[in-house]
Ligand binder design. Structure first.
Ligand code: HEC
Ligand code: HEC
Ligand code: HEC
Length: 381
């Protein structure tokens, strides 16, 4: 005799089945039987599936990313390397600096990027570094929406990472500083040193800005030597409080107490501001156009003369305003463009609202010209 079971899927039955599955999953979660222990890792199939989802998600979401052109610029690479040492190497390791054993116990772990980089295109790397990876412990960029330019500097560095020697990395990320020295100073030596910023703190700033505040690698870092002390302090405090947007500088400033910020401002303000070595020649016509804007402002947009606040010689009339003379043109240009964006990607200290109004509405050509003019002025003391 044959058994026949007639089974029709009706909306009611399908609904009940879905409810039963959901209930089962909830009961399993509630029971606590699932182990979240990192010691056991993922099953190979789970690991494969999570990476499959991640890789496809990155590729789809970066479809509209337009790859920046100057990724071979040595200044961009040096800027990215400087940040990599403070913002990424603690998890991913770096040439000559293996990952910390604690990191290797993360699930998923932060991989050694040397081999991984080559599996991605630049726009994929940009998307990962900007957005981070959910459920994986890979953080998003600090001030990601405002500072895509900084994210590209890290991508420029990552593209050079495969096979990079220990020595090349050390120079790119540390400049003239020796990372072994950071934190190695004894209390006795510190007391003997007397006033001034703490040695390990200054050594970190000096990786990028140098101890003399003149920076390194072309226009990788702004000149801060001889800058007004009040302005430096306000800028550092603004970075620390996320009021001035920069994933690179917010990382550097946020971990320090205000007493250190004050000591650093005093130190860098006291350094002589020198002409930039090997600066690229500036177009005289551009400089002349910039000078006119700086002295007279722009009638069409109601832009005031820059010299009314930044001084006829670019040395600033108020100690809380920055000196512009002898600064890198590319840096000045970037700052003005950040203010010019719709949602103010620059921010800044207590008086930054003034500059926001001034920069807003300036054309790219005017910004370029006025930046070239201030870069051309002798730095003075
Ligand atoms: C707190 C630790 C941590 C920090 C800090 C960190 N990452 Fe990651 N990163 C991870 C983890 C974990 C993954 C693995 C994600 C995965 O497997 O899905 C990852 C993945 C990546 C990947 C993709 C690698 C691949 O192919 O699987 C890149 C690229 C990357 N990180 C770059 C960076 C950069 C650049 C920085 C600094 C700006 C950085 N990460 C900072 C933890 C970190
Ligand atoms: C990883 C490299 C790096 C480190 C480390 C670093 N800086 Fe910077 N600094 C930069 C970059 C890049 C900028 C430009 C940021 C921007 O666009 O706002 C900058 C900007 C600044 C500015 C603003 C300049 C201006 O004209 O407004 C000051 C002041 C400054 N840094 C001081 C410091 C001090 C003090 C330290 C140590 C606590 C430090 N920086 C550590 C890279 C670095
Ligand atoms: C009414 C006063 C005033 C006028 C006029 C003015 N500025 Fe400023 N400027 C400021 C102040 C204040 C800051 C500091 C903002 C901050 O970061 O907190 C500043 C900052 C800047 C910076 C950033 C410098 C750095 O080191 O990051 C640039 C670039 C700049 N101004 C260019 C100009 C130009 C170009 C003009 C003319 C078109 C101009 N400013 C007119 C007050 C002024």
């Amino acid at each position: 005799m044959k058994w026949r079971v007639d089974f029709f899927v009706t909306p009611l039955r399908a609904g009940l089945a879905a409810l039963a599955v959901a209930g089962g999953v909830l009961a399993f979660g509630w029971s606590g039987l699932f182990s979240v222990a990192a010691t056991s890792g993922h099953w190979p199939i789970t690991d494969w599936f999570l990476h499959y989802v991640m890789i496809n998600s990155v590729k789809t979401h970066s479809l509209t990313v337009e790859t920046q052109k100057n990724l071979d610029d040595p200044a961009l690479i040096a800027r990215g390397a400087g940040h990599y040492a403070s913002g990424c190497a603690s998890c991913h390791g770096a040439p000559g600096r293996p990952r910390n054993p604690v990191i290797r116990e993360m699930v998923p772990t932060a991989p050694d990027l040397d081999a991984k980089v080559q599996t991605w295109e630049p726009k994929h790397l940009f998307w990962i570094v900007k957005n981070g990876v959910k459920y994986a412990g890979m953080p998003a960029w600090v001030s990601a929406e405002e500072r895509e330019d900084e994210v590209w500097s890290v991508v420029a560095f990552l593209l050079k990472l495969p096979g990079m020697s220990d020595e090349t990395y050390r120079r790119l990320a540390m400049g003239d500083e020796n990372d072994g020295a950071v934190g190695a100073l004894t209390a006795l030596a510190h007391r003997a040193q007397g006033r001034g910023p703490r040695e390990d703190v200054l050594a970190d700033c000096a990786r990028c800005h140098g101890r003399d505040g003149m920076g390194r690698d072309g226009d990788a870092f702004p000149v801060i030597a001889g800058q007004n002390e009040d302005y430096i302090y306000d800028a550092l405090a603004a970075y620390a409080l996320n009021k001035r947007k920069s994933g690179i500088m917010e990382t550097a400033a946020a971990r320090l107490p205000y007493s250190d910020l004050a000591a650093l401002a005093e130190h860098y303000a006291a350094q002589p501001r020198k002409p930039i070595e090997g600066a690229k020649p500036l177009d005289p016509a551009l400089v002349a156009r910039g000078e006119k804007i700086a002295r007279e402002g722009l009638r069409d947009t109601g832009t005031p003369a820059c010299s009314s606040c930044h001084g006829p010689d670019g040395r600033a009339r108020n100690p809380a305003y920055p000196k512009l003379a002898g600064q890198h043109a590319s840096y000045l240009e970037t700052q003005l463009k950040l203010w010019e964006t719709e949602h103010d990607s620059r921010g800044g200290g207590p008086f930054a609202g003034i500059m926001r109004k001034i920069a807003f509405g300036m054309t790219e050509a005017d910004i370029k010209a006025v930046a070239a003019y201030y870069a051309s002025l002798p730095p003075g003391e």
